[in-house]
Write a protein that binds this ligand. Structure first.
Ligand code: FMN
Length: 172
């Protein structure tokens, strides 16, 4: 699929059927995450995969994930990530978000629906899944088959700002 076509097709889905995500598709999602670029190639992230009934029940304590059958929590290794020497800025959220972008776009390519979720209780996630100190859950991404129609790829005409509101040439 052409990249823009894929990017326009990806949408947030908030209703899933009970159909599980196949192992082969999970493997492709994880590979897409693995090849994501990270600052200084630090690869300072870990992926927590949750798809057991027990795990999903625990996840429900931390977030509304719309009963998707597969969740991947993108955790940043805040100690291993690249820090900007001038001011010490840690880029772990940026790295984790590129990884998450790879995940949701690959999902679209695979015919899966997805949702990127930041509204979660990080402390509950940490406790329920024994996330070690030094790792920070940054993004919760969930996947499955949509229960109903996906949003239209044409929605961006109305749902996104026009370029004229976003782009400034040469100077503000
Ligand atoms: C960083 C980020 C955080 C988000 N967090 C949530 C969330 O906690 N819950 C939710 O339902 N959707 C969440 N979304 C989905 C956005 O609401 C959605 O991407 C946006 O409204 C555009 O819609 P679209 O993804 O269908 O194009 C998040 C998306 C991003 C990129």
């Amino acid at each position: 699929m052409d990249f823009l076509e894929l990017a326009k097709k990806r949408c947030s889905t908030r209703a899933y059927t009970a159909q599980k995500v196949e192992d082969e598709k999970l493997a492709r999602l994880l590979e897409a995450a693995r090849v994501a670029p990270t600052g200084a190639n630090s690869q300072a992230f870990r992926l927590l995969v949750i798809r057991s009934e027990e795990g999903l029940a625990k996840l429900a304590e931390a977030a509304n994930f719309y009963n998707a059958p597969l969740a991947i929590v993108v955790c940043a290794d805040v100690e291993q990530c690249w820090h900007r020497s001038f001011d010490g800025k840690c880029i772990s959220d940026i790295d984790a978000s590129i990884v998450s972008t790879h995940l949701v776009l690959e999902a679209t390519e695979l015919g899966l629906a997805s949702l990127w979720i930041c509204r979660f209780k990080a402390d509950v996630l940490r406790e329920q899944f024994h996330i070690p100190e030094g790792l920070e859950p940054v993004n919760l991404t969930v996947f499955g088959y949509p229960d109903g129609e996906l949003k239209s790829p044409d929605r961006h005409a109305a749902e996104r700002k026009p370029l004229s509101a976003l782009v400034v040439n040469e100077h503000f």
